[in-house]
Design a protein around this ligand. Structure first.
Ligand SMILES: *Cc1c(COP(=O)(O)O)cnc(C)c1O
Length: 478
């Protein structure tokens, strides 16, 4: 298709700006551009067609089954978007006096209360702009805590080998050394290896539960007990709370500190690369170290407060406020019944689809899964030459977005499927049929999948070149 600049013709389109009726401000000539910006010029209807054509070249959650799940694109209710777009939320300025933004401060205050209840924490900051940023912030709290007790020898963070890649990266950014512990045969933390890893140099442990394999670790209480016994703290990577929200709380599992990704579980899409929010919650004994400012409540209303031993700011102002508005709207509309019903639906749907595929596709781990399951296509690749990538690409021809591929890293030829709570049994049945049909094709002729997708507008773009040498601006001829 043509780029917007290629469609542009000088003089097309219309200007809706009225004549200027206020005195013109004079600027220093040094700040004025010499020629007008080269903006595309086209009529309204052509512009509409351009974006519709662009939209048709991609596959979104409104087009069909999207098993990347809550980690990227779970369905986010429209009402949350509408509320976040209200001018009273969207058009405020972060430097407005607190008396004039009491409602916005109340949003932060109430979102903190509800998310603390969901995670089992006592206090929370909304400053971090993403999950990895939350991890970094949480680790700074842990570092500040040990430092406040004169424990400078606690320099190591223990991370299981199934962890999300951001965990070891954040630990290093926060100045720690990373100690990796292996998984056991069931996909959980190897307890013996953990016992051997902890010691007087342990600052803490970072853990996701359910982990990136979609498995809930049944030894979780023993795991946090081992780490606490050695004097370390426990950090819960709650980037994806979709399997446990309203049912199990990191605080009750023994964790001291947690981040959640509002742009995964709580109604902001992750896939578009838009603003995120990775609020960090902690138990009371860490609250004094939280980033400043926090929102407090007094007789006269909501106020901004400074935690006494704050690690400082980790971002300007109060974080991505409108993401918090969506999260609060989501939690309040689902309510006390709806939140646990959503996580139950997510787990049920994942198990339902896993069972429909389990006889034919090889699962990486036995037993029930949580909100997602991981298959290994290693055997299929050996037998037929068709890889996880080939199968994922072929699904596109049937209107299914590919699931997560080649993650987690400890499973070879991995496909990770996360249907989420909003899919109907009919959608799951038809998705299962398509997965099985693609498997039949692979077994009949593995070669034929190498060039899939066959019927999409784009087949196999050069993903490495797209990432390494992206073309981000239009090259004008002159
Ligand atoms: C997505 C994710 C992260 C990172 O979150 P970002 O917002 O992308 O930085 C960390 N841990 C887990 C388990 C995740 O799923």
């Amino acid at each position: 298709m043509k780029l917007i600049f290629e469609r542009s013709r000088a003089g097309r389109g219309l200007s809706l700006l009225p004549e200027c009726d206020v005195p013109k401000a004079e600027f220093d000539a040094a700040f004025l551009r010499e020629s007008a910006p080269r903006l595309p010029e086209m009529s309204e209807v052509e512009l509409g067609r351009h974006y519709t054509e662009l939209a048709a070249e991609t596959h979104g959650v409104n087009d069909g089954f999207y098993p990347l799940g809550s980690c990227t694109m779970k369905y986010n209710p429209r009402i949350d978007e509408e509320l976040a777009a209200l001018p009273d939320f969207a058009d405020i300025h972060p430097l407005q006096p607190t008396e004039s933004v009491q409602g916005c401060l109340e949003v932060l205050y109430r979102a903190e209360e509800l998310l603390c209840e969901i995670t089992g924490m006592d206090a929370m900051t909304f400053q971090p702009a993403a999950g990895a940023h939350g991890e970094y912030t949480g680790l700074l709290l842990i570092r500040a805590y040990h430092a406040s007790r004169g424990n400078t020898e606690r320099t190591k963070i223990i991370v299981p080998d199934s962890a999300h890649g951001t965990n070891p990266a954040s630990a290093v950014m926060a100045g720690f050394k990373v100690v990796s512990v292996p998984s056991n045969a069931e996909g959980g933390v190897d307890l013996e290896a953990l016992r051997a890893a902890v010691g007087p140099d342990t600052a803490g442990l970072m853990l996701t539960n359910p982990n990136t394999l979609g498995l809930f670790d049944p030894n979780i209480l023993e795991i946090t007990r081992i780490v606490h016994g050695a004097g370390g703290l426990c950090y819960y990577d709650g980037a994806n709370l979709n399997a446990v929200m309203g049912r199990a709380r990191p605080g009750d599992m023994g964790f001291d500190c947690v981040h959640v990704n509002l742009h995964k579980t709580f109604a902001t899409p992750h896939g578009g690369g838009g603003p995120g929010s990775g609020p960090v919650g902690c138990k009371d004994f860490l609250a004094a170290f939280l980033p400043a400012p926090r929102v407090g409540r007094s007789e006269s209303g909501y106020t901004l407060t400074q935690p006494p031993q704050s690690i400082g700011r980790v971002r300007s102002f109060y974080g991505n406020f409108l993401v918090v508005v969506r999260a609060l709207a989501y939690i309040m509309t689902l309510g006390r019944e709806g939140i646990p019903a959503a996580s139950a639906g997510a787990v049920l749907n994942a198990n339902y689809l896993m069972h429909a595929l389990a006889g034919r596709y090889e699962m990486a781990y036995d037993g029930a899964c949580m909100h997602e399951f991981v298959m290994t296509l290693e055997g299929l690749k050996h037998k037929t030459g068709a890889s996880a990538l080939d199968v994922a690409k072929r699904l596109l021809d049937f209107g299914i977005h590919p699931p997560t591929m080649y993650f987690p890293l400890i499973v070879h030829e991995a496909l990770m499927v996360e249907p989420t709570e909003t899919e109907s049994p009919e959608t799951l049945d038809s998705a299962a049929e398509i997965f099985l049909q693609v498997l039949d094709e692979a077994e009949a002729n593995g070669e034929s999948l190498h060039s899939a997708p066959h019927d999409c507008v784009i087949s196999r773009p050069d993903e490495v070149a797209a990432a390494r040498t992206p073309i981000l601006r239009y090259a004008f001829d002159g």
